[in-house]
Design a protein around this ligand. Structure first.
Ligand SMILES: Cc1ncc(COP(=O)(O)O)c(C=O)c1O
Length: 333
């Protein structure tokens, strides 16, 4: 089977497993795991922030990052298809007690006039006050689209002018960085709090980080424990992340090239492929998923008429070409 459902299905490579097996470890709840500490310091530095905290999942990292900016009865603004709004099962409302309002942007993009119109200053006991604006880059539920850095910087300007924070869901910030050449630190400057994932394009089996100020990360450490995310000899997992940072960032360009190749086979403009995802509009998505499976290809239906293809570390060029041939035959029928 060639599996193009998601980059989350990637398995650790033998070299990554070797790095995990030889990791130095300690009790991370005591702050004594040297490999976790190395990972946290390194990732914070990559984004130009003071501190970072290792979490089991991107969803937990997002909850901790957003709650570092938004409190009970306050709101975060985000795009209507944002992962935090659609796919975290209400965690931000349930655990943080915040509310959300959304704008709808083209391919998940930043619509500054809409955000300005939504923004609500603190008006005491009358309206919910906006405390932060959340953005996602690259954007999962459009088609892996990458937000232009100019748009992010303009949003930063607006947020500063009204005293709001910015949260960046950077589960796939690595893909955005490789696609655009924008340094990670420049993305880091746009946001007060970030969540980044090691377990998507970077191919680690588990792991994400919250990134922010030292004070915010200390508080996030308390909340991580409260949520049941205090882990012990977790350096074995952090080692996978360190290995991924050393070996799996630059190669994301290959995934993007493979995504373009697939796009071409499916009649999608390859120039519109920003990262490692392609969404193909078809008359009947479940039928295409079933037919592809019969031909040894796994793809996902992300809507009744939308099929998503995601490239990743353990899909080779030869497999991408084989998948392209299967899809081009199926879609031509
Ligand atoms: C954009 C984005 N943010 C956050 C997450 C959450 O990551 P996790 O599955 O590790 O909770 C995902 C997962 O796919 C994602 O695509």
């Amino acid at each position: 089977m060639i599996d193009l459902r998601s980059d989350t299905v990637t398995r650790p490579t033998p070299e990554m497993r070797a790095a995990m097996a030889s990791a130095e470890v300690g009790d991370d709840v005591y702050g004594e795991d040297p490999t976790v500490r190395e990972l946290e310091e390194r990732v914070a530095g990559m984004f130009g922030h003071e501190a970072a905290l290792f979490t089991p999942t991107g969803s937990m990292a997002n909850v901790l990052a957003v709650r570092s900016l938004v409190g009970v009865g306050q709101e975060v603004l985000c795009e209507s298809s944002a992962h935090i709004a659609r796919a975290e099962l209400g965690a931000h409302g349930a655990f943080t007690g915040l509310t959300m309002r959304t704008w709808t942007g083209v391919r998940g993009g930043i619509d500054l006039p809409a955000i300005e119109a939504l923004f609500a200053p603190d008006m005491g006991p009358f309206f919910v006050a906006t405390r932060a604006i959340s953005v996602e880059n690259a954007y999962n539920f459009s088609d892996g689209s990458v937000l232009p850095i100019e748009d992010l910087e303009a949003l930063r300007g607006f947020a500063d002018s009204v005293g709001a924070g910015i949260h960046l869901d950077g589960a796939r910030i690595w893909n955005a960085h490789v696609a655009t050449g924008v340094p990670l630190e420049r993305y880091g400057r746009v946001a007060d709090a970030l969540a980044v994932c090691l377990s998507k394009g970077l191919g680690a089996p588990v792991g994400s980080l919250v990134i922010g100020s030292r004070a915010a990360i200390e508080d996030a450490r308390v909340w991580r424990k409260r949520l049941g995310g205090g882990m012990r000899q977790v350096g074995v997992l952090a080692a996978a992340g360190l290995y991924a940072l050393d070996h799996h960032i630059e190669r994301l360009a290959e995934d993007q090239a493979h995504a373009r190749l697939l796009a071409e086979a499916c009649g999608v403009d390859p120039a519109a492929v920003d990262s490692n995802m392609v969404v193909v509009v078809v008359p009947d998505a479940p039928a295409v998923v079933a037919a592809a499976r019969e031909q040894g290809l796994l793809v996902s239906a992300v809507g009744p008429r939308a099929v998503r293809l995601v490239t990743r570390l353990d899909v080779s060029k030869a497999q991408a070409e084989e998948a392209a041939a299967v899809l081009s035959r199926l879609l031509a029928r």
